[in-house]
Design a binder for this molecule. Structure first.
Ligand code: UT7
Length: 335
């Protein structure tokens, strides 16, 4: 699609992130479980992650990130028509965190709902925002990804506790203005593999009880090695499909913005696209895996650290529980 045609598409006009102050370093983890800084860095690329305060919830982080994104887009809260919050750690099962965010922002004209697609949630939310904007249903949508994963991590399980952190990021998606046009978003899911990554209890299948708590069933469980294999294949395929749908090739990509789950996964996919790691935006060393928030935070930091020029193409891709996966191609446009 040429740049002129892109002017009809939904675009991201502002972004903002919030990361809690408290840092959990690899040295801290060495004191909690049998692990080493060397193992964590070489197997994952992670050095630190952020942990929210006890009285700081997903909706608080979402509100802080959204406030910055609204300022960045130069838009008032009452101009927002819909709020989408991608999270697997909502404040409550219901009401939605999106509704709490609507209240906190005073976004009184907005519809509000949560999106549950695990680490792929931000891309699912972007895709829905694009459809609503381009159908003419809404003009301005706030897309937020926010996670307090520290509440569902078992800090006695070295296989998972080294991986995850807390944080939030937001984007305003609008029908006009300069920004990143959402050219295409490819999404997928495979429920046959739902056992690989899950939070067993707390839903209707296994409601909270003394037994579920005693058995640690309110913590996330992951078969890391299996998930790894699916992650590489699914993200690579989604990213390739997305590029194809946009009529672009590997050499058109300005930046890869991958899910921040493992540096080795990012390296494997970058290699297959022939993209040097300098063009693969990374926050994994600072924040670990923040699930739905991970690519949202990476996109925001990329835009702040390396302002993009008209025509630059950003290829985002993510993967998570479900299994779910997706990719999105964003192109900077003038208006
Ligand atoms: O965001 C959702 C998507 N998530 C992902 O995409 C994550 C995908 N998976 C991964 O990134 C990797 O599988 C992990 C980083 C989770 C694990 O790395 P791995 O290279 O696959 O390790 P492994 O699970 O195969 O474990 C290798 C060894 C095992 O010991 P043995 O059985 O070989 O003696 C583990 O017990 O490493 C051991 N191990 C650890 N050792 C030190 C596992 N965790 C640790 C640890 N410190 N923290």
């Amino acid at each position: 699609m040429n740049l002129k045609n892109l002017s009809k598409l939904a675009r991201i006009t502002g972004t903002g992130s919030y990361l809690p102050e408290k840092i959990l370093s690899n040295a801290d983890l060495e004191k909690m479980v049998e692990t080493t800084d060397e193992w964590i860095v070489s197997r994952t690329g992670m050095k630190e992650r952020r942990i929210a305060a006890d009285d700081e919830f997903t909706s608080h982080m979402a509100t802080k990130a959204a406030t910055i994104a609204l300022q960045d887009a130069n838009i008032q809260a009452d101009q927002i028509d819909a709020i989408l919050v991608a999270t697997l750690t909502p404040d409550h099962i219901f009401p939605s965190t999106a509704a709490l965010l609507e209240r906190n922002l005073g976004a009184k004209n907005a519809a509000a709902l949560d999106i549950q697609a695990a680490c792929t949630g931000y891309l699912y939310a972007l895709s829905i925002a694009k459809a609503w904007i381009e159908s003419g249903t809404y003009s301005n949508i706030l897309v937020v990804a926010a996670e307090k994963l520290s509440t569902i991590v078992d800090y006695k399980d070295r296989g998972t506790c080294i991986l995850f952190g807390d944080g939030a990021s937001a984007a305003v998606v609008s029908n006009k203005g300069a920004g990143l046009a959402i050219q295409h978003t490819c999404l997928g899911a495979d429920g046959e593999q739902s056992e690989l990554l899950k939070l067993p209890a707390g839903g209707s299948r296994l409601p909270a009880s003394k037994e579920t708590v005693e058995q640690g069933l309110h913590y996330l469980q992951m078969e890391g090695r299996e998930v790894y294999k699916h992650a590489v294949r699914r993200m690579e395929n989604a990213a390739k499909e997305c590029l194809d749908k946009c009529g672009l090739s590997d050499s058109d990509i300005s930046w890869l913005v991958p899910h921040q789950a493992n540096i080795r996964i990012m390296e494997a996919i970058a290699k297959r696209f022939g993209i040097p790691m300098e063009r693969v935006f990374q926050t994994i060393h600072k924040y670990g895996n923040t699930s739905a928030s991970a690519i949202a935070i990476a996109l925001d930091e990329l835009l702040k650290e390396h302002p993009v020029s008209t025509g630059d193409n950003l290829l985002l891709f993510a993967f998570g529980a479900g299994l779910t996966w997706g990719a999105s191609l964003l192109t900077q446009i003038e208006e």
